[in-house]
Structures are given as C-alpha cells and as structure tokens.
Design a protein around this ligand. Structure first.
Ligand SMILES: C[S@@+](CC[C@H](N)C(=O)[O-])C[C@H]1O[C@@H](n2cnc3c(N)ncnc32)[C@H](O)[C@@H]1O
Length: 229
C-alpha cells in the first residue's frame, strides 16, 4: 500500500490557508457542496449517523450539520492540521468525533446512515484501491443508507481531458498567477491526483452493490455521484 505521504505533507502545510485557497482552485466548489448535501435523501430532523471521509477543515460536515442538526458525525482525515481546523470550525457541536488516520486502514463501524466525501477519494492511486474503498463504504452502511461523493473525475477521452484542463487553468488564472499555476498547481495535480472516469465510478458503485446510482451534479472536472444500499 502506498503511503500517501506527499498528500499528507501537502495538506498539513496548506491547512491554514485551505478554505480560501480551495475557492480559487476548484471551479464551483460551493455549488458542488450544495448539490452533495441536497442529494442526501433523509428527512431533516432524523438523527443520522454520518461518516465524512477526508473531512479536511470540516466544510461538508458543517453543511451536513446545518441541514441535519441531529446528525452525529465522525470525521476522518490523514492530516492532523486539517482536523485541528475542523475541530475549531465545528467547536460549537458536541456530537462530532474526529479521527486522524488513513481511511484505507481505519476500521469503520457498520451502521452508518450516510457516508460522504469531498475531494478526497481521487487521491487513492489505483482503480483497485477505489473499488476496495467503495466496498468498505457499502459494507459500513445500514440497509437504506446513502453514499455520495463530490470529487474530481477524469474525462472519457484525452481530447475532453485537455478541454477540462484548459478550462481549469482559465478558471484558476482569475485568482492565481500563471507562474503559480504552472509551477505549483499543475505539478501537484499530476503528482497527487488520480481521478478516474465518472462512468467507471458508476460501474464500480453498482458492482459493489449500490442501487439508484446516479450523478447529481457535474461541472468540468467535478462531479457529485453516489447511490443507496
Ligand atoms: C482537497 S481536501 C478536501 C477536504 C474537504 N473534504 C473539503 O471538501 O473541503 C482533501 C482531504 O483529504 C484528505 N485525504 C486524502 N487522502 C486521504 C486518506 N487516504 N485518508 C484520509 N484522508 C485523506 C487530505 O488530508 C485532505 O484533508
């Protein structure tokens, strides 16, 4: 199993500026999170048990708690500094657990109503690892539970991939210098990100047992997708 040390180091280092930076790097980040939360099929007062994989500074847990005030959430992240900021951001809640660890190794409980993730699972380097985590997620949900993932996905052809990259560069250039894009963010993307085609994700989700698999939002390289157990 690869160590993901470079991913951990990157997020330990970026943690402080993360919330500002992510809006400059990811087109329509807020819209993606809004659709992720809107995809959750439970009534809003339900005391759902939730797992947030790669929680970072706690943005999607904050959005879940806003819509589901009775939710009990476990947040997992590889980077201690990201978890520290999540704890600070969510300090007014008493029903959130935090775990520093690699989601591939942490043992999940088996009775979640909802498992969510955003911009984390594309760091898994191989298709096998992605399928394995989807199986682990499926096994950790109650029957009727839901999994939704907001993530970076690959286009189905080299041509469309280039179109996405060009659009992404154009988006970033509104906020970040050309040099920083070329010398920092593109190399980071090629070194740390391993997106897979959206259609493969949908196949894998069905393969491990998910039903009602669907895409609930898509914009250039970003997509929200998932299904029900
Ligand atoms: C781009 S951030 C996304 C954070 C947050 N979900 C959001 O939407 O703002 C990716 C996060 O995933 C975490 N991560 C990546 N691979 C992981 C792994 N194998 N186990 C746990 N966390 C991981 C990183 O440490 C980082 O905090």
């Amino acid at each position: 199993m690869n160590s993901l040390q470079n991913v951990k180091d990157h997020f330990e280092e970026e943690a402080k500026g993360y919330d500002e930076l992510i809006l400059k790097l990811i087109p329509e980040y807020r819209s993606m999170i809004k659709y992720l939360i809107s995809s959750i099929p439970f009534y809003e007062s339900k005391p759902i048990k939730v797992l947030d994989l790669g929680c970072g500074t706690g943005n999607i847990t904050a959005a879940v708690k806003k819509r589901y005030p009775n939710a009990r959430v476990t947040c997992i992240d590889l980077a201690e500094h990201m978890i520290e900021l999540a704890k600070y951001k969510l300090s007014h809640y008493t029903d959130i657990n935090y775990l520093v660890g690699d989601l591939r190794n942490v043992k999940f409980e088996s009775d979640y109503d909802l498992i969510i993730s955003s911009l984390a699972l594309h760091h898994l380097q191989t298709d096998e690892e992605k399928v394995k985590i989807y199986q682990k997620i499926y096994d950790s949900l109650k029957v009727g539970g839901a999994f939704y993932n907001a993530d970076n996905v690959l286009a189905s052809s080299k041509y469309l991939e280039n179109v996405s990259i060009e659009y992404w560069k154009e988006f970033m250039s509104k906020n970040i210098s050309k040099i920083e894009i070329e010398e920092r963010w593109l190399p980071t993307y090629y070194k740390e990100d391993y997106p897979a085609p959206l259609l493969s994700h949908l196949d894998w989700l069905r393969q491990v047992g998910f039903k009602k698999v669907d895409v609930t939002w898509k914009y250039v390289m970003g997509a929200v997708f998932g299904g029900l157990k």
